[in-house]
Design a protein around this ligand. Structure first.
Ligand SMILES: C[S@@+](CC[C@H](N)C(=O)[O-])C[C@H]1O[C@@H](n2cnc3c(N)ncnc32)[C@H](O)[C@@H]1O
Length: 212
């Protein structure tokens, strides 16, 4: 297991309680939230309702609730009890939540059909990213959906980060290095989707076991 800022940061109650309001309220926040749901829809294409989905990290549960509204059976996992408490409250106590570290997930092999990972990998150094990818690949049988911020737009992102005074370090992976990163985790790229080309460069990679 590795140590990095995002592991501790979201365990603070005041960060967890302000998380949704800080990011997803207001016109811009609601638009980004809508774009991320669209990204998830595009990445889930081809799968029928009723999939067993792991949402890692579940955070305050917005993707888990969305996946459930589409008829999937979702388990949310996160290292932060504070974030999961918000997720539990927002789901009216219905969410299935299991505390865990994405680098050593507390699930048996092939427990899920799909594992989705939004807004985590950009905060992780390479070793931790590989651990998380390998764990998602171990627990999910069919498909891994992993969101990255490829670094082609590094200067733009630097400007963006300074402007918004981002609190956590970000790790930008050159897009041409990603196939090797995925292959080191036993995965291969099936396709990818960009959040909003030329504006928001986050990209969801749809991955499957390299031998599959
Ligand atoms: C930016 S939030 C993203 C939450 C959610 N996926 C979303 O899109 O809103 C990052 C989350 O990653 C969690 N996290 C950080 N390191 C983790 C780890 N090693 N294992 C599981 N969760 C982790 C944090 O607790 C936090 O809830």
């Amino acid at each position: 297991m590795t140590s990095y800022d995002a592991k501790g940061h979201y365990q603070q109650e005041e960060i967890a309680s302000g998380y949704d309001a800080e990011r997803f309220r207001g016109a811009r926040g609601a638009f980004v939230d809508w774009l991320e749901r669209r990204l998830l829809d595009q990445s889930m294409e081809g799968l029928r309702p009723g999939c067993r989905v792991l949402d890692l990290p579940v955070g305050t549960g917005r993707m888990a609730r969305y996946l459930e509204s589409k008829g999937h059976q979702v388990v949310g996992s996160d290292i932060s009890l504070a974030m999961m408490q918000v997720a539990g409250e927002l789901s009216g106590g219905r969410a299935v939540l299991v505390r865990g570290d994405g680098e050593t997930l507390p699930f048996a092999d092939n427990s899920f059909d799909v594992a989705v990972c939004f807004r985590l990998l950009v905060h992780l150094p390479e070793e931790a990213r590989l651990n998380v990818l390998r764990e998602m690949s171990r627990v999910a049988r069919t498909r891994i959906i992993a969101v990255y911020q490829p670094h082609r737009m590094a200067l733009w992102w630097l400007f963006y980060g300074l402007l918004l005074r981002r609190q956590l370090p970000r790790y930008f992976v050159p897009p041409n290095k990603l196939p090797t990163e995925f292959s080191n985790a036993g995965l291969r790229i099936v396709r990818s989707h960009t959040l909003l080309r030329g504006v928001f460069m986050e990209r969801a990679y749809v991955l499957e076991p390299a031998g599959g």
